[in-house]
Ligand binder design. Structure first.
Ligand code: ACO
Length: 426
């Protein structure tokens, strides 16, 4: 039986259908609202607005559930690899052995970056943010590797090219920023091992690949691989809706991820924990400061638009930190501070009342630091992980039968019509 929402406006009764997702989520379909009533909705931050129907990722923010194409993040973290999960997100199904082998071969084939691109990297000023560089370089890929769109196979080639080259570009930017020689990708290494090797290998200290570290990086990237309609994914879809090329849409996603309220939170958490450490480790002070409405400070790595319980990704990240650091013989004083901060915050009435729990970024910086990733690359690591999600969401939006150019409306609250005043009369 169809369900409807009824409302009265200007003495007239209107009905709008309710649509229900496969997991029981309900929404009012207001596509005809303006046409029927002349009204629009106003929803700052899109807190109540669904922008699309999607088959990719399911989140239940109350129960702390996250699934990619129906498979739980916990299962994927335990059993999958980043490449396999990327395939799942981008294609809707887990790959067969043959499909997985095929995608691995293609990722290897596409892993080199045009030599001329190195010149760009070299000309960014020292100290330039790697996120700005990555966003610019992904956009620039279009000039070097024109987007292929004529067949399904050609589109796949473009998307795999992006997935492969992003890690080469990220590692390359790191090497160049340090004044070191670029390390080329190797065909005998897996996606994650290749990245680590390109980052850390050098002629003086050849990088030794550790399978536990490779596994941990796979998990890290799986945890970041998609998160339905978040800020950066929304940016990819909005920009993509203008039918720009895919590189430009992804470049917009990277730019959106940069901010400290979104992916840049992993750097902001590190800075916050370092500041607490510098000031003697007083976590209570930080919690009190975060509660003060007159102070703009917030506990970074805490809170989430959708999760009103512990972020399931943060749970796995915390467990991973607890196993990876001892394995690498690393004692990070920031880990103790983070744990104390979490303990105090989770017992605090304000944090309880506001349902504020650690999110994925709370422990991720500590994990990345243990792998030797420099702080200014933390958000780049997030971006590499999120790429398959952006690609899947972009592709879904391109194939959406309800596709429309994304163009929100507004309620104008500026001055009413008035006359232009000539300069000598102002
Ligand atoms: N510390 C202190 N108070 C907080 C925090 C926090 N980290 N997060 C939210 N609040 C409070 C707000 O002050 C507000 O209080 P009020 O209702 O009494 O005024 C209430 O909780 C709701 O906050 P909003 O900002 O309205 O919630 P929103 O859903 O817009 O914010 C966000 C979500 C941006 C993630 C927020 O929790 C935040 O700023 N967290 C810190 C930054 C962070 O960790 N970002 C990463 C998020 S995960 C990701 O994007 C990958």
């Amino acid at each position: 039986m169809s369900e409807y929402v009824k409302f009265e406006f200007d003495g007239q009764l209107y009905e709008f259908p309710i649509i229900t997702g496969t997991e029981g989520e309900k929404a009012i379909d207001i596509a005809a609202l303006r046409k029927k009533t002349g009204l629009i909705t106003l929803d700052p931050g899109f807190v109540n607005t669904g922008s699309c129907e999607s088959q990719i990722t399911f989140m239940d923010g109350e129960k702390g559930v996250l699934r990619y194409r129906g498979i739980s993040i916990e299962e994927l973290a335990e059993h999958s690899t980043f490449v396999e999960t990327s395939y799942l997100l981008m294609n809707g199904e887990l790959p067969t052995l043959e499909e997985l082998t095929n995608i691995r071969v293609q990722l290897n084939d596409q892993s080199l970056v045009h030599e001329d691109m190195q010149i760009f990297f070299q000309n960014f000023p020292r100290g330039a943010s790697p996120m700005g560089i990555l966003s610019a370089m992904v956009n620039a890929l279009r000039s070097f590797y024109p987007e292929l769109t004529h067949t399904e196979e050609a589109i796949n080639k473009t998307l795999l090219r992006l997935l492969s080259k992003i890690r080469t570009m990220a590692a390359m930017s790191y090497k160049i920023s340090r004044g070191h020689k670029v390390v080329y990708p190797r065909a005998d290494l897996t996606y994650c091992a290749n990245f680590l090797n390109m980052m850390f290998d050098n002629p003086v200290n050849p990088y030794e690949i550790d399978k536990d570290v490779v596994k941990a990086l796979n998990v890290f990237w799986i945890l970041h691989a998609d998160h339905e309609q978040n800020c950066s994914t929304a940016a990819v879809r909005v920009v993509g809706s203008g039918r720009v090329n895919v590189y430009a849409a992804i470049s917009a996603g990277i730019a959106a991820l940069w901010g400290p309220l979104h992916g840049g939170a992993n750097i902001a958490v590190f800075e916050m924990l370092s500041e607490i450490a510098k000031n003697g480790g007083d976590v209570k002070y930080a919690v009190e400061k975060a509660k003060d409405r007159d102070d703009p400070f917030r506990l970074m790595g805490f809170g989430h638009r959708v999760y009103k319980t512990y972020d399931p990704r943060a749970k796995i990240m915390k467990e991973m930190v607890d196993t990876v650091l001892p394995k690498l013989n690393i004692e990070d004083p920031l880990l103790d501070i983070a744990k104390k901060l979490e303990e105090v915050a989770l017992k605090d009435e304000y944090f309880i009342d506001h349902n504020l729990y650690p999110n994925v970024d709370f422990y991720s910086g500590i994990f990345l630091r243990a792998l030797g990733i420099p702080v200014n690359m933390f958000t780049v690591m997030f971006a590499i992980g999120r790429l398959p999600g952006w690609i899947a969401q972009w592709r879904e939006s391109m194939d959406d039968p309800h596709w429309k150019l994304n163009r929100p409306r507004q309620i104008y609250i500026g001055p009413k019509q008035r006359k232009y005043i000539p300069m000598d009369k102002r």
